[in-house]
Design a protein. Structure first.
Length: 93
């Protein structure tokens, strides 16, 4: 399952790659939960618990749109970096 001209990864290298991805995702989740809690507390302090529902929905929509845009930008940057790396003869990680 390797691309032409690319050496196949060893099992240990694949395990380490996946482990690194999972650890990174876990830390991202922890950070997201911490921010979520902090932002909810701020909303309750500023707007009160019941009046904040429409604002919280608006906030969730805005954050979702921003997350999608940033994800697309990162995916394009990674694709360009891999293409540049393959042109230089480096194997993508």
């Amino acid at each position: 399952m390797s691309n032409e001209g690319e050496k196949p990864k060893g099992l240990i290298e694949e395990i380490l790659d996946k482990f690194g991805s999972l650890v990174t995702a876990a830390f991202g989740l922890v950070a997201a939960l911490a921010w979520n809690s902090a932002i909810q507390t701020i909303f309750k302090e500023v707007f009160g618990p019941e009046e904040a529902i429409p604002l919280m929905l608006g906030y969730a929509i805005i954050v979702t749109v921003i997350a999608v845009i940033v994800t697309l930008i990162i995916a394009r940057a990674v694709t360009k970096a891999k293409a540049a790396s393959s042109k230089l003869g480096h194997r993508p990680n």
